[in-house]
Design a binder for this molecule. Structure first.
Ligand code: SF4
Length: 369
């Protein structure tokens, strides 16, 4: 089904019907994953304070609608950091394919592939958190013990219309099967909640399900520009106390500017880092890298200004105060979480030491080509 712009200029695909159909099928297990930025915007349509973290309410609403399992994409953001920081260290050691370009944002990845093809090899081989999680969920339910005779459908709830395109890409398949079956945006989610007659503002909070129900604060801040970089640095820097977290937060990746540059010292080496959001800024950064004017070790780019909190699938309008409220909402959510680093997430063990995933890290977490 499609929603048409009144002027006919834009056609936006909606996948709500496919989700209802899957939910109505008793032989199907419907599993949801919710991206970090969704939680600070979904409440807008229900009168919740701007930027309030509505994650527990969204989880409860999805359970009411009939989703069998609900997970937080921040879990696979933790997997992303485990993999991407290992990849970064390996490249630093070999001095190859630097700067490392982040790969979480499909619009940015496509931009590099089309506009700066000489830098294709610099893009991290890591799948995005959406694609990592879907591949992991599908693999988990390939085990007949977990599947209980049901087919699995993965529904990804994203702040982003580009994630629909990402789920269709040829490298978003594992073992010949599509990893993410359906992608819906935050606005599609709020329409479904309304259709189901659920008052999001009144519903009691519920938690995500096991075995992937715990994420770190580092995974949650993926939704705002600079979040991926901050998560990587948390992984690299030893210690986890408030003083360490505060000093990382002040390193230079946070804030409103479209392009931010800073350096950190890691094992005696100075690492130059650039964080940018918005494709006009991305172009500026890449042109400076191409001309040799700038040299970085790591570049994080999100195609939307300020990151996924301002994605194309989020409710509009979001004036300046709303933008700030959404970013603050994610930082506040991180502040409330005891686990700040991916390495301290006890459920990383489910993947790295679990029988279901032995020897499959590369196949499930990295792009095949
Ligand atoms: Fe999607 Fe925008 Fe986030 Fe990129 S920055 S993943 S385009 S919402």
């Amino acid at each position: 089904c499609r929603v048409f712009c009144p002027t006919g200029a834009i056609t936006i695909r909606t996948n709500i019907g496919e989700v209802w159909k899957a939910l109505a099928d008793k032989d199907t297990r419907v599993v949801a994953q919710i991206a970090p930025a969704v939680r600070v915007a979904a409440g807008d349509a229900f009168g919740l304070p701007k930027g309030e973290n509505a994650m527990g309410k969204i989880v409860a609403a999805l359970h009411r609608m009939g989703f069998d399992e609900v997970f937080d994409t921040s879990y696979s953001a933790d997997l992303t950091i485990m993999e991407e920081s290992a990849e970064f260290l390996k490249r630093l050691e070999k001095g190859e394919n630097l700067p490392l370009l982040t790969s979480c944002c499909p619009a940015w990845v496509k931009f590099v592939q089309d506009q700066f093809p000489d830098y294709k090899e610099n893009i991290s081989t890591c799948r995005s958190p959406q694609q990592m999680f879907s591949a992991v969920i599908k693999e988990y339910y390939r085990n007949p013990e977990h599947a209980e005779g049901k087919k699995t459908v993965v529904v990804s709830i994203m702040p982003c219309t580009a994630k629909k395109m990402e789920a269709e890409r040829p490298n978003s398949y594992t073992k010949g099967e599509k990893d993410t079956d359906i992608v819906i945006t935050t606005t599609e989610l709020t329409r479904m909640i309304r259709t189901a007659g659920i008052a999001l503002d009144k519903i009691e909070v519920e938690s995500c399900d096991m075995p992937f129900g715990i994420a770190s604060g580092a995974g949650v801040i993926f939704g705002v520009t600079g979040g991926v970089t901050e998560a990587v640095i948390r992984r690299l820097v030893p210690g986890h106390g408030n003083a360490v977290m505060d000093s990382i937060a002040e390193a230079g990746m946070r804030g409103e500017e479209g392009i931010k540059e800073f350096s950190i010292t890691y094992e005696g080496k100075e690492l130059n880092i650039c964080v940018a959001s918005g494709l006009a800024n991305a172009r500026k950064v890449m042109e400076q890298v191409q001309s040799g004017e700038k040299q970085y070790h790591l570049i994080e780019i999100m195609a939307c200004r300020r990151g996924c909190i301002m994605g194309g699938g989020q409710p509009i309008p979001a004036g300046p105060r709303h933008k700030e409220a959404r970013a603050k909402g994610l930082y506040r959510a991180d502040g409330n979480m005891a686990i700040k680093k991916c390495t301290e997430n006890p459920l990383m063990d489910v993947f790295y030491n679990g029988e279901d995933f032995k020897g499959k890290a590369h196949e499930l977490l990295h792009n095949p080509f």
